[in-house]
Design a protein. Structure first.
Length: 355
């Protein structure tokens, strides 16, 4: 039987300790809109009341130990002047990069509460915090500094700048970092407890470990330290292949590392699991979307087996849950976590997992 609130459970895991049972966060952002019969139109995503209600309905239906406000990336890039394409069943994407044709940094808009979707996400955070902030984690993503800079300028242009005009590149990174911090401050002022720093372009599939350490990591540390200075919880999210920088991630100062953690969470647990809480690692596409409920159960049990013993672990999808992920798969993900209490024990038969 559960003895902790969701807030206490996640806090215990973040402290690398064993809570009463395995915490679970299905990571439902754009998917929540399906529960109120809506899609990710510009009108919807700019309506904090609708967005908050969608998250509340999803939380009531699926459970879990946290609610995640917003829809993910690109709020900062839009607020600073990028043109966006709103997708019915996905997060908005940058359609026109502000600095792609004209690199002048003077045209960058100042990120404030009136910019783009900033006020909508902030108000959504406020609503969710008032409703659930005393019992569950209310988290919200911010874009990472490097990803924000490249959304403004373009990855190819950014690498050219680094080679040909390093001073410009540094100024761009500084401006992106400052914008992320301003956005984080607004969200914290509206009640956010967990700030998830989404920096997918930091993946070793995109940049080298050396480039990460010399150029990207310092800006992430600056954002993380600022969030900690505001007495909130920073979480770092980097997608895909990250093994060469796991030990660096463990020293960032973040309370947790979330992602699809490749090449696998078992290896990651062995290398850095004593230093940072791991959050994941259920494949949001091949397992949650394309898989059956039994596939989800098997994957969740294996993930728990690999990373939960000893604490410092939260079961979650490795990235945002897609709009068309079947409800039964999300329910099974949450139910599986509920079955595993600490201390974790495993039976040979999966049907006899510890209750």
């Amino acid at each position: 039987m559960s003895t902790m609130s969701s807030l206490e459970r996640v806090a215990t895991a973040l402290q690398l300790k064993e809570p009463d049972r395995v915490p679970v966060i299905p990571v439902i952002m754009i998917r929540a809109l399906k529960e109120v019969g809506l899609k990710g139109t510009k009108e919807t995503l700019h309506d904090p009341q609708v967005m908050a209600q969608a998250k509340i309905e999803a939380y009531k239906k699926f459970g879990g130990d946290a609610l995640v406000a917003g829809t993910g990336l690109n709020v900062e890039a839009e607020a600073m002047g990028c043109q966006m394409e709103y997708l019915d069943e996905g997060i908005p994407v940058v359609a026109e990069r502000l600095l792609e044709r004209n690199p002048s940094l003077d045209q960058l808009g100042e990120l404030d509460i009136k910019s783009g979707r900033v006020s909508a996400v902030a108000e959504e955070v406020s609503i969710l915090s008032k409703e659930y902030g005393n019992t569950a984690v209310v988290g919200v993503p911010v874009s990472g500094p490097f990803t924000t800079a490249m959304e403004l300028r373009g990855l190819e242009n950014g690498f050219s700048d680094l080679q040909d005009n390093p001073q410009y590149f540094k100024q761009l990174m500084d401006k992106a970092t400052d914008a992320v911090i301003r956005y984080a401050d607004i969200l914290i002022d509206h009640g956010a407890l967990g700030l998830i720093i989404l920096d997918p372009l930091s993946s070793c599939d995109v940049i080298s470990p050396a480039f990460y350490r010399s150029t990207v990591m310092p800006s992430q540390v600056k954002v993380i330290n600022h969030i900690k200075g505001r007495e909130r919880v920073p979480v770092i999210h980097i997608c895909a292949y990250t093994e060469p920088i796991w030990k660096d991630i463990a020293t960032l100062g973040a309370f947790a590392f979330h992602g699809d953690i490749l090449p696998g969470i078992k290896k990651c647990k062995e290398q850095i699991g004593s230093q940072i809480c791991l959050v994941g690692n259920i494949d949001p596409v091949n397992v949650l979307f394309f898989g059956s409920p039994s596939d989800v159960r098997d994957a969740a049990e294996e993930c728990i087996r690999q990373a939960a013993p000893g604490g410092g672990f939260v079961l979650a999808s490795g990235c945002d849950t897609g709009y068309d992920v079947p409800s039964e798969n999300i329910l099974v993900l949450v139910e599986t976590a509920h079955r595993f209490t600490y201390p974790i024990k495993f039976e040979r038969s999966k049907s006899h997992a510890t209750r």
